[in-house]
Design a protein around this ligand. Structure first.
Ligand code: ADP
Ligand code: ASP
Ligand code: MG
Length: 443
């Protein structure tokens, strides 16, 4: 069994959805096919929710009509037979009547919003399964809400997902099993989700939990590039990555993967292959536990909206226990720390979720002095094989960005990650300079 995930652009046009049929039926491997919403749908549903939260029902219903019209055009091009089209119509009419019922309330709650945003994946999977059936393929739709769950901290319940899904799979004989990415249930049994871009995470959770043969993430680019192709002009696909390297890149901003995608695949020992729906013959990127050597510096990613917090101990000597006290505060407010640097009496940390920053600062001030935070920072993460006894890597990196002010440097915590903190105004410049300084180009 393999798990194949197709992202928004891969299902966003009828002809793309048709080509997914060709891709998933090209060989005899049984597949769980995880689909995102059609590109633009999640954003559209969120904007309907926003209008409702602001009490603007008129705007919400006009957006709903617009989205419905989009789906009407979509199904008209997708289905080939009259029966197929009738089935497609039935699906969109039912789901849009549900969307309208969610919108037709006096007070729109976050609970309703979660149901609203889930409709993107619920629509795409039903339409794809109906199209596959119309084409005579052996297909079944497995509702993700029956097996994908998160705990009270929003963390996926990996073991439970595996048990539930394995039990469901025992009763399925079909060749292609379609399910929704992104959506899940929370401990209250309500519809919830794995945050933006979460379909990658779904695929990895499924693949890791059932120990699939392989997880394939199909998107609109040929694999993980060595740098952010939206910012840097000359980038190229990286053929092979270790789980650890890919995890660092995803966590530190490579948008091609949801930040947590690699963990479940690694736990299950399942290789992850990144493939391009627009160019299926391109090799893409293979992510495994062992790779055949290759370059020292593999790729660079950047994560924005970082806040740096500078904490100084008020006791000048013997400040053991100080770090524990600092990190207890972040734990209490469930705020992950990304970078850390220390000196004798000071520690600087970065966070990307500043929702609880005021409470954190107030509590830190009980035993420490705080310097003013730096907001709008970016972590630039350089990933590769940085074995401890290799000399000269740091100088290569710093030489490339010598014209850019660096706020923090993190080196040595992992053999696979060197991170720099820069003000976000310098991010694009830093990415471009590192690209030119660290990679060799043919021309
Ligand atoms: P999907 O809708 O299939 O989930 P995404 O838009 O989430 O696709 O991710 C693919 C996009 O990620 C690419 O089009 C590319 O612009 C962006 N991206 C950012 N960093 C990288 C990188 N290092 N390698 C490849 N793609 C990247
Ligand atoms: N549809 C969701 C989103 O746009 C999940 C995904 O595409 O992975 O964030
Ligand atoms: Mg994505």
């Amino acid at each position: 069994m393999q798990v194949w995930k197709f992202g928004g652009t891969s299902v966003g046009k009828p002809e793309r959805m048709k080509s997914i049929r060709d891709l998933v039926t090209a060989d005899d491997t049984r597949k769980i096919v995880v689909l995102s919403a059609l590109s633009g749908s999640t954003n559209a549903l969120l904007s309907i929710g926003e209008a409702l939260s602001q009490g603007d029902k008129k705007a919400a219903f006009s957006k709903i009509d617009e989205l419905f019209a989009h789906y009407e055009t979509f199904i008209a091009e997708l289905f080939v037979t009259e029966e197929g089209l009738a089935e497609g119509k039935k699906i969109i009419e039912k789901e849009f009547s549900f969307i309208s019922s969610l919108a037709n309330v006096n007070i729109y709650t976050p609970r309703q919003d979660k149901k609203m945003v889930a409709e993107g994946e619920i629509l795409s999977t039903q339409l794809f399964a109906a199209y596959m059936k119309e084409q005579g393929e052996s297909v079944v739709l497995l509702p993700a809400l029956e097996f994908m769950s998160i705990d009270a901290d929003g963390e996926p319940e990996f073991a439970k997902i595996g048990e539930k899904l394995s039990a469901i799979l025992l009763n399925q004989a079909e060749q292609i099993l379609v399910t929704q990415g992104f959506i899940c249930r929370n401990p209250r049994g309500e519809v919830d989700n794995l945050k933006r871009g979460g379909s990658d995470y779904t695929a990895s959770l499924i693949g890791g939990a059932i120990k699939a043969e392989e997880i394939q993430i199909w998107t609109d680019i040929d694999g993980m590039h060595n740098n952010d192709p939206r910012i840097v002009t000359r980038t190229f696909p990286v053929r092979e990555l270790l789980f650890e390297e890919a995890a660092e890149l995803a966590y530190f901003g490579a948008k091609i993967l949801h930040p947590s995608t690699i963990t479940p695949a690694k736990m299950g020992g399942v290789p992850v292959r990144l493939k391009n729906t627009m160019a299926p013959e391109a090799p893409g990127t293979l992510i495994t536990s062992k790779i055949s050597g290759g370059a020292e510096i593999k790729a660079i990613a950047a994560k924005d909206n970082i806040t740096a917090i500078y904490v100084h101990s008020t006791r000048m000597l013997n400040a053991y226990g100080f770090l524990r006290k600092v990190f207890d505060v972040f734990e209490k407010y469930k705020t992950p720390v990304d970078m850390i640097t220390t000196s004798e009496v000071s520690v600087a940390v970065t966070i990307d979720n500043s929702e609880r920053l005021e409470e954190i600062s107030a509590e830190l001030r009980l035993f420490a002095d705080l310097e003013e935070n730096d907001r709008n920072q970016s972590i630039i993460c350089i990933v590769g094989n940085f074995l401890a006894d290799n000399a000269g890597i740091a100088i290569k990196i710093l030489e490339a960005v010598k014209h850019i002010p660096i706020r923090m440097i993190s080196y040595g915590a992992s053999e696979h990650n060197i991170s720099l903190l820069v003000d976000s105004v310098h991010k694009n410049d830093a990415l471009e300079a590192l690209n030119e300084g660290l990679f060799k180009f043919d021309q």
